[in-house]
Design a protein around this ligand. Structure first.
Ligand code: F6R
Length: 623
């Protein structure tokens, strides 16, 4: 949520910042802005709307401007207009700031600063940061502040530290000062911030996608840390001025992986990447010869997991739906009592966390504020907290005691697709391994491992139906209310199908356990209401046929996701999509594919911006 970037190097900053912003645009796209610094002057340009709008108002790049910051916004405080767009400068024009996060005490600070005759022009919390730094900077320069900067510290850095000490809330920040034309400062608390370290250049950004074009070497700042960058190098310290040394990491993915390639949208690319993503996710973890799953990251926690009597899975959105499938897997295969909790609700309801409670946080980005806060809460209360995360080095990955990376590759499309199937693959692998240790035979584990290995190829077969699914979307595109229905392991998939359709096509959709229909929602069915049933072969097949009949009898348009070769389902379906046969507990990795593809085509047919759905952003770093 909100992308920030800063550049200091030998090249003209503006084109580099704009290119980096485009790579971060999936984090927010309400408005965008840039500030460059040369000859002691900060030049700010900002515009409402997407980055293309900002580009229209930019001057030609200047080689004199080798330092700058930029921002793409997902609005929290203040409307998404030009005035509220970042960068924000202080009232003197000496300081410029871009910010990702929320300052909770901004109103108090604003009142205090206003009493000191500091002027504000926007409604944002970020302008408070700029003015606060500006206030301390002018105080120390005029010799008024009695807490003078230490002699060996420059006044810009000192003012930043003084300001940060007053802030409550979260921030990833990149800051410029007009009097320091060769200095860029970054600071982090609760929002991600990475420094890319190139040859004679530095890129500070809220995620690695903005960095890989220039360098694959990076340091990940931790909470309450800051970095001061000059052409001679950088130094890292805590925000209260204690030096910290940081390790240089290798960014795991390449530029090619974040390019759109020949696809019309990132979402489509990521849907089609699923066979490969799952192969990478499972490769090296599945030992088919010995019927074993190897989960290196969790090796020393497997015993604790097999013994726990209380496993909690916490997540949001799509990852929450994956967790629901996980709950069914852990209970079914390993007989571990498991609950799935919305991360946003978990810590506000005084949950029971006992000695042997294990919490697993599931997140693609590893930055979702609610999921991170739930993990921290569980940890504080003594639970062992494990992570299933895609983004290496992300906040959740670093907060948890141990974990498993998805290795699904970067996910740029705002609607999560390949991360979902990779989350399911990881949860399945973990459940099989725990099951083998506790409850199921080696033969049964071996059979499931064999079936799991076959999933990527089965996904490839489903992808071939994309055009057919597009026709189904087209036939129903005028309908404004859809239902998604499933039972057992496919009930969470129905929830996920409805979420996908809503978030990118803005069509109202509800996902439900199919049998719940008759307890109320069936009243929604009228002539032609599209009802998507997941009616694959499995223990509840006959039951769901009954549910289909009930909807059909009331005029619903029946779209069925069924098993290949199931002839008898045809008489129930207005439209049929098939998936290859698989054990019920592995089916979600297949049945979700038609629903992702359906949502994608529906959104395109309705002319929506699939990768940048309105009001949304990838990686929800605010609560
Ligand atoms: C939906 C979607 C969101 C995310 C949710 C959690 O397509 O992408 O619902 O799943 O915001 O995000 P992560 O997994 O990054 O914690």
């Amino acid at each position: 949520m909100c992308g920030i970037v800063g550049y200091l190097g030998r090249k003209a900053a503006q084109p580099i910042l704009i290119e980096a912003l485009k790579r971060l645009e999936y984090r927010g796209y309400d408005s965008a802005g840039i500030a460059t610094l040369s000859d002691g002057v900060i030049k700010i340009k900002k515009e409402q709307g997407k980055i293309s709008k900002l580009e229209e108002i930019l001057d030609a790049p200047s080689n004199d401007e080798k330092l700058g910051i930029a921002h793409t916004r997902w609005a929290t405080h203040g409307k998404p207009n030009q005035l509220n767009a970042h960068p924000h400068s202080d009232w003197t024009g000496k300081i410029a700031v871009v910010h990702n996060g929320i300052i909770e005490n901004h109103a108090t600070l604003k009142t205090w600063l206003s009493s000191k005759a500091v002027d504000f022009v926007s409604e944002t919390d970020t302008e408070v940061i700029a003015n606060l730094i500006g206030y301390f900077y002018s105080e120390v320069n005029s010799g008024k502040d009695h807490t003078q900067a230490p002699p060996d510290q420059n006044k810009f850095e000192w003012s930043v530290q003084r300001a940060l000490a007053e802030l409550h809330g979260t921030y990833g920040l990149a800051i410029l000062c007009a009097d320091f034309p060769k200095m860029l400062i970054g600071a982090k608390k609760g929002s991600p911030l990475i420094l890319g370290v190139g040859e004679g250049e530095y890129i500070l950004a809220s995620d690695a996608a903005a960095i890989v074009e220039h360098t694959q070497k990076a340091i990940y700042l931790s909470n309450n840390e800051m970095v001061t960058i000059t052409p001679d190098g950088f130094n890292t310290k805590t925000i209260d001025n204690v030096a910290v040394s940081k390790e240089l990491h290798q960014i795991e993915f390449s530029l090619e992986q974040i390019e759109i390639g020949g696809f019309a949208h990132y979402m489509l690319k990521e849907i089609f990447e699923q066979p490969e993503a799952l192969k990478t996710c499972m490769g090296g973890r599945i030992d088919r010869q010995n019927n074993r799953i190897k989960l290196g990251g969790l090796a020393s926690y497997l015993r604790e997991l097999t013994r726990t009597k209380h496993l909690i899975l916490t997540a949001c959105g799509t990852a929450f739906h994956a967790s629901l499938v996980g709950e069914f897997l852990f209970e079914h295969l390993a007989r571990i009592p498991t609950e799935t909790e919305y991360a946003s609700e978990f810590r506000y309801r005084n949950p029971i966390i006992e000695d042997q409670t294990v919490v697993i946080s599931i997140s693609q980005s590893g930055e979702t504020a609610d999921t991170l806060a739930a993990a921290e809460y569980a940890k504080e209360r003594g639970a062992t907290v494990l992570g299933i995360v895609n983004v290496v080095g992300s906040s959740i990955a670093r907060t948890t005691d141990a974990g498993i990376y998805l290795h699904a590759g970067p996910e740029i499309g705002v609607a999560s697709t390949k991360a979902f199937t990779a989350q399911l693959a990881v949860l399945t692998m973990l459940a099989i391994e725990l099951g083998r240790r506790k409850n199921i035979s080696d033969t049964e584990a071996g059979r499931l491992i064999e079936e799991l290995s076959a999933i990527p190829e089965k996904i490839s077969r489903i992808l071939k139906q994309s055009e057919h699914i597009k026709e189904i979307a087209s036939a129903n595109i005028k309908k404004n209310n859809w239902l998604f229905l499933g039972r057992g392991f496919n009930y969470p998939v129905a929830l996920e199908g409805a979420l996908k359709l809503k978030e990118i096509s803005y069509i109202h959709a509800e996902g439900l356990p199919a049998a719940e229909m008759k307890h109320g929602p069936i009243a929604l069915i009228s002539n032609g209401t599209p009802a998507v049933f997941i009616a694959t072969l499995g223990p509840q097949y006959d039951k769901i046929l009954g549910n289909i009949s009930e909807v059909r009898a009331r005029g619903g348009k029946i779209i069925v996701v069924a098993t290949e070769g199931d002839e008898s389902i045809k008489q129930y379906a207005d439209h049929l999509i098939t998936i290859p046969e698989a054990p019920e507990m592995l089916q979600p990795m297949l049945t979700v594919l038609p629903l992702q593809i359906l949502a994608y085509h529906a959104a395109v047919l309705r002319g929506k911006d699939v990768d940048k759905p309105r009001n949304l952003a990838k990686s929800v770093t605010v609560e």
